[in-house]
Design a protein around this ligand. Structure first.
Ligand code: BEZ
Ligand code: MG
Length: 582
């Protein structure tokens, strides 16, 4: 955000708009769901967590339960415009913002009423405050009642004991709880989905808007569409969303999945350019080892889509993939090599190792991180022009060449439980591929993430996402106190977050100075907090200080010399404590 001083010269209208945007950002921080503390096997969710989860679950249509989205029902009952349009306009229009707050407050109060006094009371509440008829409200609360009961109990301890005895554990679907509450009760043997069923129709519909928003954002910032982009696809995410990431890739290429007589998605069909109303994007897909193993038919589908699009007789300026493939054939190689776009690890191999290199500080030059990504991920999958299966053929030159043209890198986030600083996998993948692109294309790509967690799904730049995670998690007392209540392990989690944040400096230079400064102030320079960390887990406290010093040492953090000096002193004291000198 710009400084307040520059706002003094604004016209009253501009200032109002700016204040509204600021308010919208604060609302986003406030409303973000975050996990508070680690999951403890066998322990059910707290009342507060249950209320938040139910509200989120109720915010989506559940046709399989005959339930409409609660916010839609309320907006309709109040005779406002659709909640969807209220949401879209609420960051630029005060009236819409008021409407949004009114709808959301009623939704939240109805959930509280439900938890306190049951279904009938909640249904009456909605009728009284929003004219929602009981026949419309009741299915929502019947679903919530079932979910609430299942949240109170779980089979986790029993299932772990059974697993240890080698006994049968009942299976259950793997998904995000908000996307599919049928995952409850927990403590079952998670199964995936039939890979031939993805992308589901719902996933394909949702992906249309996400892909369009992504391209719009790039267009707004650069005045043109991205010509080529690198997309990260993970297995677990596509299980949880029934293939939203896959569907986004198909939309970007401009193809529709087709089902055969057995209802399996085995073919694709080009969406005509007139319907698409934009160019087809060249999409380089880097898929995880888990995705490759779980979604073998989908890997084939994606490769088929690329080959189909590359061969369409369309103007190259409206089909960037074809344009690039023709260019490559002309310059140096055959069609099969030029149209290779689906890459993963060598068969039997997993991960990029970029995370290990960063966390262990085993690197000098950042280019090494991108090169390692390519070394691990340059194995091609699909089928060649003769119809022969390609199962992990080393294709380093093809990958290098494909990345040379990339100007946008992207990954979809699909759950509120795990964000880009919770684990090291986001920076090893999205960061790794971005760094690889930077060297090969001679410029840093624009890096975006989509956040399909809520109705108000959004495209954010990497930097915006790092800021959001920092404010809602790492620096949020609700988050870190939740972690600290776990003692030793909690301090390790805080330190992990800072290291994962550092991973975004190393791979993408996406962390602002204030992030490290506030981390230092909150956890190290605050004497009381430092003492808590030190007594709970001096090893992680020492690593945290070392990571901050490394951030400075590698040029990612410009810091006040006094803070630096203090950190160094504390670092030495922690070393001494651990070596028993103090
Ligand atoms: C996956 O589901 O593909 C995945 C999970 C964790 C790390 C990387 C990939
Ligand atoms: Mg910087």
């Amino acid at each position: 955000m710009e400084s307040c001083k520059s706002k003094n010269n604004l016209s009253p209208e501009e200032r109002d708009r700016w204040v509204l945007q600021l308010y919208d950002q604060l609302l986003e921080l406030e409303q973000r769901l975050i996990p508070t503390g680690l999951h403890v096997l066998g322990r059910p969710t707290t009342q507060r967590e249950t209320a938040d989860l139910l509200l989120m679950i109720a915010s989506f249509d559940r046709p399989e339960h005959g339930a409409r989205a609660l916010n839609d029902l309320i907006a309709e009952g109040l005779r406002l415009s659709s909640y969807e349009s209220i949401l879209r306009q609420s960051s630029v229009n005060t009236e819409k913002l008021d409407e949004r707050e009114r709808v959301e407050a009623i939704a939240s109060q109805s959930i509280s009423e439900f938890l306190k006094n049951g279904i009938t009371a909640a249904v009456e509440f909605l009728q009284r405050h929003a004219n929602v008829t009981p026949d419309r409200a009741k299915p929502v609360f019947l679903l919530l009642e079932r979910v609430a009961k299942q949240l109170e109990t779980n089979n986790e301890m029993e299932a772990v004991s059974r697993a240890l005895r080698g006994e049968y554990i009942e299976p259950g679907p793997g998904a995000d709880i908000v996307q599919n509450p049928l995952i409850l009760p927990t403590g079952r043997n998670t199964h995936a989905i039939n890979p031939y069923s993805i992308p589901s129709a719902v996933a394909f519909n949702r992906a249309e808007r996400t892909a369009a928003d992504l391209l719009d954002r790039y267009l707004k910032e650069h005045g043109r569409y991205p010509r080529a982009m690198a997309l990260v696809l993970w297995g677990l995410d596509n299980i949880k969303t029934q293939g939203e990431g896959v569907a986004q890739a198909l939309w970007l290429l401009g193809v529709r999945p087709l089902r055969d007589s057995l209802n399996r998605v085995t073919e694709v069909q080009p969406i005509p350019l007139e319907e698409l109303a934009r160019p087809r994007i060249d999409v380089v897909m880097t898929v995880s080892g888990i995705f490759r193993d779980l979604f073998s038919p989908t890997v084939q589908l994606l490769d088929k889509a690329v080959r189909l699009i590359a061969q369409l007789e369309e103007p190259p300026e409206l089909n960037y993939l074809r344009q690039h493939v023709l260019q490559e054939i002309h310059e140096s190689c055959d069609f099969d090599e030029a149209a290779t776009r689906v890459f993963s690890n060598a068969p039997g191999n997993y991960g990029t190792n970029v995370n290990f290199m960063v966390i262990d500080s085993q690197w000098e030059c950042e280019d090494t991180l991108g090169d390692l990504f390519v070394t691990r991920k340059c194995f091609a999958y699909g089928r060649d022009s003769q119809g022969r299966s390609v199962e992990g053929r080393e294709a380093r030159v093809a990958m290098d060449r494909a990345l040379t043209r990339v100007d946008l890198t992207y990954q979809n986030i699909d759950t509120f439980e795990i964000g880009i600083t919770d684990v090291d996998h986001y920076f090893e993948y999205l960061g790794g591929v971005s760094k690889a692109v930077e060297k090969r294309s001679h410029s840093r790509p624009s890096i975006y993430l989509s956040d399909a967690l809520s109705r108000n799904s959004k495209i954010r730049s990497l930097q915006e996402t790092v800021n959001l995670e920092t404010r809602t998690k790492t620096l949020n007392p609700k988050w870190y106190e939740g972690m600290l209540s776990h003692g030793f392990r909690g301090v390790a989690e805080i330190e992990n977050h800072v290291s994962n944040t550092f991973g975004w400096s190393a791979t993408a230079d996406a962390v602002d100075d204030w992030v490290y400064t506030e981390v230092a102030r909150t956890f190290i320079l605050d004497e009381l907090m430092l003492e808590r960390l030190r007594s709970l887990n001096p090893h992680s406290a020492r690593s945290l200080v070392a990571r901050l010093l490394e951030a400075h040492g590698r040029g990612y953090w410009i810091v006040d010399p006094e803070i630096l000096e203090k950190l160094r002193e504390i670092g030495v004291a922690l070393e001494d404590q651990l070596e028993g000198v103090a």
